[in-house]
Design a protein around this ligand. Structure first.
Ligand SMILES: O=C(c1ccccc1)c1ccc(O)c(O)c1[N+](=O)[O-]
Ligand SMILES: [Mg+2]
Length: 214
């Protein structure tokens, strides 16, 4: 039977990356997506912006919405301090199965908790089910129409504190106009746009970093 693109991406990791070396996993995926098959990872260019936000924040608790094949999951987790935790939610079971193996290849299972399900279902369970008190960083990279409702859900569930950072991928392409308007207009956020390009292409895209002011 035909393989899927995520399965081929995993194959490239297992062929070209070194077990236990997260940066080699990131590099193998970027090479595959740039030279073989495009895939919707945050990619190398926006990935460097992501790295700088994570390194500057040094978060203890990170929530990623939209795991896909685990590229940004591995990229973020490789920069976290020793006892920090990253919870990543993925709705698509086929993606989750691949991401689990990419995360294992990188040797980051101890830092990452991969949950299969919807953000709407799991955000309200963060505290009771994962023992999460507050989120220091939320990386939003799932369905673009869910960025805004999920942001309001994070607020309503009391998961954001003064200084919590929302970092949203694809605010231009494919775009999340309602989310962008909300965080840029709201007095409760200090928002900043990092201009870049859609992964592995010349199309404009960017990351929006929004600090919750409490
Ligand atoms: O929605 C798409 C998309 C739309 C159409 C075709 C392929 C992908 C997409 C494109 C780039 C992204 O970085 C990304 O995160 C997504 N996504 O699905 O979440
Ligand atoms: Mg994306």
């Amino acid at each position: 039977t035909q393989s899927t693109r995520p399965q081929r991406l995993l194959g490239a990791v297992q062929k070209n990356a070194t077990r236990g070396d997260p940066r080699s996993v990131v590099k193998a995926i970027d090479e595959f997506c740039r030279h073989k098959e495009w895939a919707m990872n945050v990619g190398d260019e926006k990935g460097c912006i992501l790295d700088s936000v994570v390194s500057e924040l040094n978060p203890a608790t990170v929530l990623e919405l939209g795991t896909y094949c685990g590229y940004s999951t591995v990229r973020i987790a490789s920069l976290l301090p020793p006892h920090a935790k990253l919870i990543t939610l993925e709705f698509n079971p086929d993606y989750a199965k691949i991401a689990c193996q990419v995360i294992a290849w990188a040797g980051l299972e101890d830092k990452i908790q991969l949950v299969e399900g919807s953000s709407a279902e799991w955000i309200p369970k963060m505290k009771e089910h994962f023992g999460v008190k507050m989120l220091d960083l939320v990386f939003m990279d799932h369905w673009k129409d869910d960025y805004l409702p999920d942001t309001k859900l994070l607020e309503d569930c009391g998961l954001l504190r003064k200084g919590s950072v929302l970092l949203a991928d694809n605010v231009i392409c494919p775009g999340s106009p309602d989310y962008l308007k909300y965080v840029r207009r709201s007095p409760r956020y200090k928002s900043q746009y990092f201009r870049s390009h859609l992964e592995y292409t010349k199309a404009e895209d960017g990351l929006e970093k929004s600090v919750f002011l409490g």
